[in-house]
Design a binder for this molecule. Structure first.
Ligand code: PLP
Length: 388
């Protein structure tokens, strides 16, 4: 039987308790305004987040999935157009492509970064390619300069999946601000999370912003005047209110996530059989997730669970091997880097309220388990040497 939880994978409660006063006065204000769909609260959040991202426009919407779909539609994706993305992402990335009428095409990732490999991207482009969706996985920005350059050469749109990368930067530029559009999720567990579902599209292109605005509200520039068929994918006023409060803490929270990452790196970086995420000074990561790689993943995870330490897998099966995408015709071996990473990845607890003692406790257990594994293997090695 597993021990009681000593380090949860994620605990949202301490943050809510800290913000309780601010949240309650905001709730009172929004409730008494009796404006629940969009309205001034949503507009204020859009402006504040646009300023954080240094983009011209932010359009709030109902989820990150909706943001990705609406951005692709707003950019003019037509049925059957190919959209290239990576297989090691959450399925929302590719669901959005399919929902917009696009054909999902995968390309493998760089083994060191774990994000889209620009050389693989180059080889994946066909005359039917319309757009590229790089994913800033775990809050680590993809290598955008070569990706943007390739897109420019082939006249392709770039939609950044920045759903895990609020506040992350690539060579000083905010994640979500570099492509034709950048899409964010405010799912509760994200670096800034709503109390329900929310998302947004960021863009410097006024036409794209206008199109997203139209599409997320039934295609009506003016009530009951529908120029196209759209959707109900609006941002709730209450969620916007929550996000406005949390946005003020984003930098501080991300800084704490980076401190935790540095501590993990210090305490785990020299353990045989554990690969900690690489550190690239050109990137400012938002560490939505802190993911290590080890060939002993399943054993390590099970023993950590026994010790009351919760971990998770993001994501255990690459999308090209999911039954949902059998129709695309990929097979095991199609994307060897993404497959190898998926077999070895392990997400450790990381959230701003996690204290140093908990991080140290996680590292102590990992050190102990890896030492145990090393000891078990030692006799074999000895036998092999004496036999030779
Ligand atoms: C969370 C997430 C999404 C989807 O966001 P929702 O708000 O849950 O719809 C898309 N892509 C990635 C990489 C995500 O992590």
């Amino acid at each position: 039987m597993a021990a009681s939880v000593t380090v949860p994978f994620l605990d949202l409660k301490p943050q809510i308790e800290k913000l309780q006063g601010e949240l309650e006065s905001m709730f009172r204000r929004v409730i008494m305004s009796a404006r629940f769909a969009e309205g001034p609260e949503a507009t204020a959040f859009e402006q504040e987040f646009a300023s954080t991202l240094t983009v011209e426009h932010v359009v709030g919407c109902s989820s990150g999935t909706a943001a990705l779909r609406l951005a692709l539609e707003a950019l003019g994706l037509k049925r059957g157009d190919e959209v290239i993305t990576v297989p090691n992402t959450f399925i929302a990335t590719t669901e959005a492509i399919s929902q917009a009428g696009g054909t999902v095409v995968f390309c493998d990732v760089d083994p060191r970064r774990g994000t889209m490999d620009p050389e693989q991207l180059r080889n994946t482009i066909t005359p039917r390619t319309f757009a590229i969706v790089p994913v800033h996985l775990y809050g680590r920005p993809a290598d955008m300069d070569p990706i943007l350059q390739i897109a420019h050469q082939h006249n392709l749109r770039v939609v950044e999946d920045a759903c895990q990368a609020h506040g992350a930067r690539y060579k000083g530029r905010p994640a979500g601000s570099m492509g034709h559009a950048g899409c964010f999720s405010f799912y509760p567990g994200k670096n800034i999370g709503a109390f329900g579902e929310a998302g947004c599209v960021a863009t410097n292109d006024g036409a794209v912003a206008r199109a997203v605005r139209l599409l997320k509200d039934h295609g009506q520039p003016q009530k009951y005047h529908h120029v196209v068929e759209g959707d109900n994918a609006r941002l709730d006023a209450i969620q916007a209110g929550v996000l406005r409060i949390k946005l003020r803490y984003l930098e501080q929270w991300n800084e704490r996530r980076r401190e935790i990452a540095a501590l993990y790196r210090e305490l785990l970086g020299s353990i045989d059989g554990i690969e900690v995420p690489g550190h690239d000074p050109a990137l400012l990561e938002s560490y939505h997730l802190y993911v290590i790689h080890t060939p002993h993943r399943d054993r390590l995870r099970a023993e950590l669970e026994q010790a009351g330490i919760q971990t998770a897998l993001h994501y255990p099966i690459p999308l090209h091997l999911q039954p949902a995408y059998a129709r695309l015709g990929y097979r095991k071996g199609s994307f060897p880097v993404a497959e190898r990473l998926a077999a070895q990845l392990l997400s450790l607890p990381v959230y701003p309220e996690l204290d140093d003692a908990s991080v140290a406790a996680v590292c102590r257990e990992i050190t102990r388990i890896m030492e145990e594994i090393r000891q078990e293997k030692a006799p074999d090695r000895h036998a092999a040497v004496t036999a030779g």
